[in-house]
Write a protein that binds this ligand. Sequence first.
Ligand SMILES: NC(=O)c1ccc[n+]([C@@H]2O[C@H](COP(=O)([O-])OP(=O)(O)OC[C@H]3O[C@@H](n4cnc5c(N)ncnc54)[C@H](O)[C@@H]3O)[C@@H](O)[C@H]2O)c1
Ligand SMILES: O=C(O)CC[C@@H](O)C(=O)O
Length: 528
Amino acid sequence: MTFRILISDPLSEEGIQPLREAENIHVVMETGLSPDELAERISEFDALLVRSQTEVTRELISKAAKLKIVGRAGVGVDNIDLEAATEHGIIVVNAPDGNTNSAAEHTMAMIMSLARNIPQAYYALKNHKWDRKKYIGVELKNKTLGIVGLGRIGAEVAARAKGQRMNIKAYDPFLTEEKAEKMGIGYGTLQEVLQDADFITVHTPLLKETRHLIDKEAFQSMKDGVQIVNCARGGIINEDDLYDAIKNGKVAGAALDVFEEEPIQDHKLLELPEVIATPHLGASTVEAQENVAIDVSHDVASFLNGGLARNPVNLPSVPKEIMNKIAPYFDLAEKLGAFLTDLTKEVTEEINIYYSGDLTEVEVAPLTRNTVKGLLKRHLGDHVNDVNATYLADRKGITVNEHKTSSTKGFTNLLTVEVKTKSGKRRVSGTLLNGFGPRIVKVDNYSVDVTPAGHMVFIHHKDQPGAIGRVGSLLAQQDINIATMQVGRSNAGGDAIMMLTIDKHLEENGLNELKELTDIYHVTAIDL
Ligand SMILES: NC(=O)c1ccc[n+]([C@@H]2O[C@H](COP(=O)([O-])OP(=O)(O)OC[C@H]3O[C@@H](n4cnc5c(N)ncnc54)[C@H](O)[C@@H]3O)[C@@H](O)[C@H]2O)c1
Ligand SMILES: O=C(O)CC[C@@H](O)C(=O)O
C-alpha cells in the first residue's frame, strides 16, 4: 500500500527527505492552496503536513475521508481543530522541540532591539536621518524580565536573559518556588510578575485561558514605561488594549512577532513608532525548519506504518520505557474487548477494566484505549482507533473505569475486562504468559486457558453426559475441525461452559443447529 502525504505549507526539503525516500510514501508538496482548493483535494490523502498557515478546520476534516494523521511542523496547534480531529480518529502530531532555540533567540533579539531602538534607528538612517538623541536606549543589566509561561521557550529565554545580567521573575502554573530557585530565577504570581517587570515576554500557548491574558487590567498593574514582547501567539495580548496602553504612555515599547490575524499588511499597531515587529519569524531559521520537518516526518512515517508517534498532541504521550513495558499487552487488551462484545451482544452501559500484578506499576491509559477500541470496533468498524476510542465511548454514554487491584489470582499480570449491560455483568480475564503469549484465563466465573485468536465458539450448557460429544459430532457434520476445547463447570450436573477454537468461521445455520442441541443454553461464535 502506498500512503499519500500532502504538504500544504513550505517545509524544509532536507527535513522531508526521509519521506521522499520511503518506498510506500508518495509526497505531494502544494503550498498556497486556497481553503476551497485544499478541501477539494484533501480526500486523496492519508496524511497532511502543515506549518502555521494552513487552517485545518472541522469542515476540512469532515472532507478528509482517508486522513489518518496531521503533522504540524512546529509547536502551536491552534491552526488545527483538535476536537474535530479526535472525533474523526485522526492523530495530530507536532514537533515541539525543534524550534525552541530559534524562538528563544528571536525573543532575545526582540528584547535587545526594543531596549536599543535598533529597528527605528536603522529605519531613520536608511531615510538619511542621523539622529543620536532620539534613540537613547536602556541597558538590560539589572532590569527585571517578567516571563509569563516558563515552558521550553520561556526557560531558554530565562537562561539567555541571565547571561545579559537581567533579573528574571517568572509565572507558570507548573512553576514552584523550589523549581525557580533551582533554575536561579525568581518566582511570582502572574500579578507579581506583571507588577515588577521592566520587560515582559509571554511564552504560553494560545488557549481559551490565555486569550487576552494581557489586557487593559493587566496593563494597568504594570510599571510605567514597561516594554512588552510577544513571540508566542497573537491573541495572548489584547491588541486594542496594547494600542491604548502605548498611546497613553503606560507601555514604552512593544516587540511583536505574532498577531491575532495573520498575515497582516496594515495594522494600527504598526503605525506606532514604539512598536517593532517581524512577520512570525520566531521559528524561521534553517536549523529550526530542518529540525521540525525531520521530527514531524519521522512521526508521520512511523505512524502510517503501524509504529508509534513520539509527539502526539491529541493522545497523551507515553514515555518510551513505559511504552516498552505495556506494548506487549496491546493485542491482549484489544482482543479481550472484542471477545466481550461478541459474548454480550447487548448495549454496553459501563466498562470496568481491572489491572493487576505487574500492570499495577505502569501507566495503563493506552491499554484502556485499546480495550475500549476492541469493544467498540465490532459496531463502529475501522472508524474507532486509539485516538477516539474513549471519546466515542463517552459520546455513546458508556462510562469507562480503570481500576488497579492487588488480586492477581496467581498470575504475574492479569487484565480483566467487565462490561455492564441491562441484563448484568460479563467479564473476561487475560494474561501474558512468559514465552507463550496472550491467554484468556477466565470467562465469567469459569477458568479456561485459550489463546485469543482465530475462530471460537463459547457454549453455555448443562453439565450432562453426552453434551460435549453432541457438539463435537455436529461440528464434524459441518466439516468444522476443533483445534482446542476447554470445559468448565460450576458443580457436577450444574451450569457449565465449553470454549472451542475451530479452524473456520461458524456460519449462522451451524450456530442455530448447535443452539438446538439438548442441554445447550447459549452459543456464541467469536472471531478474533
Ligand atoms: N513565533 C514563533 O515562530 C514561535 C515558534 C515556536 C513556538 N511558538 C509559540 O511559543 C509558545 C511557547 O512554546 P513552547 O514550546 O515553550 O511551549 P511549552 O508548552 O513548552 O510552554 C508553554 C508554557 O506555558 C504555560 N502556561 C499555560 N497556560 C499558562 C498561563 N495561563 N499562564 C502562564 N503560563 C501558562 C505552560 O504551563 C507551559 O509551561 C507557543 O504559543 C508556541 O506556539 C512561537
Ligand atoms: O511554522 C512556523 O514558522 C511557525 C511555528 C511556530 O509558530 C510554532 O508554534 O512552532
